[in-house]
Design a protein around this ligand. Sequence first.
Ligand code: TYM
Length: 339
Amino acid sequence: MRIVSGIQPTGNLHLGNYLGAIRNWVKMQDDMAAQGGQSLYFLADLHAISMPHVPAELTANTREMVAALVACGIDPERSILFNQAQVPQHAELQWLLNGTARMGWLNRMTQWKDKAGKNREGASVALFTYPVLQAADVLLYQATHVPVGEDQKQHLELARDIAQKFNNDFASEENPVFTLPDPIIPPEAARIMSLRNGSAKMSKSDPSDMSRINLTDDADTIMQKIKKAKTDPEPLPSEKAGLEGRAEAANLAGIYAAMAGTSVEAVLADFGGEGFGKFKPALGELLVETLAPINDRFVHLRADHSALDAILKAGAEKARTLAIPTLDKTYTALGLVRG
Ligand code: TYM
């Protein structure tokens, strides 16, 4: 088994990233270490330039994200932790896959539609071809499993489509060039929603900081954000069906379940009939309990730039070694002569 996943270094890690993806990364890193498999986690800095950005902020955010991932439990000795920009094979494979990806496939991507909005003509080409780079990210390493949140499922399906078409067109069933990767999406935390709007996902790009819990928030801030989180006047139901049409209540119950490592049903069995005046402080304390040690480690790690750069450099060296055989195979399959 080989696990591969990535995150854009465009701001703080938030609770959606943590519960939707990073917690699974840590778990799978430990599983892989026990089973002799491999885990590769990277900062998608090349993806980050698909939207307007400030270069100095990207540099600072890249280092901060390494510190945050290590603080969450990613161990650079057991996982390969790196950034795309130091492994040119990602961009190279993307170009090769551009011959296989279809305009129609990319036009259907919801992220493209959301981010380009009405101004498609003014969107960057990188935003359009973004999912092809994402396919290259995982196909380059013959990933078998990709732990992500629900919002990345469509991109992963596209990666499978690209792999399948490439194998059909340029290889054989007995000797495929690419492995078809399976997404791994956590059931209770597939989609963590904004604290201000239960129908929008929790996101780094939401202008309101009150909409998300950052992994760098201190205890008071977390308690405040949960206290102010949007809810409705009804008490919590005792059954999951009672959350229907109550997006904000469902989100908070889901966050509680994911944090406590239990199911929404079990949370409602405990809190059904209680109002948010009782539930919110319990949720806030649960969050503080788990996030405070991560925050402590993060504050300690983030200052040591040379240690963070050394982690990325060593990770990139290992990643390049793993990437080269697949890239070579791809060039050959396409009939490209390289001396
Ligand atoms: P990014 O940086 O937006 O998010 C990183 C991971 O966090 C998950 N996530 C969420 N999960 C649940 N609820 C939320 N509100 C939430 N917000 C974010 C995402 O699903 C993701 O798993 N395109 C990717 C990065 C990427 C990638 C890849 C991922 C580039 N190449 C290859 C996997 C494989 C992105 O922008 O994720």
